[in-house]
Design a protein around this ligand. Structure first.
Ligand SMILES: CC(=O)N[C@H](C=O)[C@@H](O)[C@H](O)[C@H](O)COP(=O)(O)O
Length: 234
């Protein structure tokens, strides 16, 4: 692990990462809007940002230099849709993401590459290049995914897809059991807890279950969903 990688992981250790995403057709789907939300999140104590789409990633990287940025590129919303190919991953990196989040499941990838060869290609791109190496976050849906992703060379594991691939139940709140199982089996691999973390207490529980850092999206940055929670309560 290089010194810069250690610094980046140290900066995230025990901290909050805020995912700033708006979905196709939504009123807030604009890079300026997402950049403002990211800046507001950092002002509130976020140590890192997760962002979707090349324009959002580029603008957030420019506005928040030095803040660890996890980038992804969603293609559709089913199957392998989070940064599905090596081409998408390289574009996310080139847009300015320090950490590239890619589908980290065991499902076939649309470009026919394995997860291992995708990670290896991204790491090989950095060889001999000046500056920091790209870190790859594997967005996983199960313990089996996480074990395979670590074997494939992923730098970080995320529980992003737990409850969305059919291998785990869609828990009401974070999948704490999965977080605990992954950290028990992969003690040396940084785990990012992500998915359905809706309260500060759930964020703390995810950290206590063994996560290095915790990503919160919807509960902080998706007002349509948050409004719906209140609206249905009345
Ligand atoms: C499954 C999927 O597509 N997850 C996406 C991954 O980037 C996002 O839509 C989520 O908002 C993100 O993972 C954060 O999770 P939550 O919004 O539950 O805090």
């Amino acid at each position: 692990m290089t010194a810069s990688t250690t610094d980046l992981l140290d900066a995230l250790d025990g901290r909050l990462i805020v995912s700033c995403q708006a979905y196709p057709g939504e009123p807030m789907r604009h890079p300026e809007t997402m950049a403002q939300i990211a800046q507001a999140a950092v002002a509130g104590g976020a140590a890192g940002i997760r962002a979707q789409g090349l324009a959002d990633i580029a603008l957030i990287a420019e506005r928040l230099p030095g803040v660890p940025l996890i980038g992804l590129w969603k293609v559709g919303a089913e199957g392998v849709f989070i940064t599905p190919t090596l081409r998408h991953a390289r574009a996310v990196r080139d847009a300015g993401a320090a950490i590239v989040a890619i589908d980290g499941t065991r499902r076939p990838r649309p470009d026919g590459l394995t997860l291992a060869s995708t990670v290896a290609a991204l790491h090989a791109d950095d060889e001999g290049a000046p500056g920091d190496g790209t870190l790859v976050m594997a967005d996983c849906g199960s313990l089996e995914d996480a074990l395979a992703a670590a074997e494939a060379g992923a730098d970080l594991i995320g529980t992003t897809l737990a409850g969305y691939t059919g291998e785990r139940p869609r828990t009401d709140g974070p999948d704490l059991d999965l977080i605990a199982r992954i950290t028990e089996r992969l003690p040396g691999v940084p785990l990012i807890a992500e998915g359905r973390i809706h309260t500060p207490a759930q964020a703390a529980a995810a950290r206590d279950a063994g996560a290095l850092a915790v990503v919160v999206g919807t509960a902080i940055t998706h007002p349509t969903t948050i409004t719906g929670w209140f609206a249905v309560a009345l």
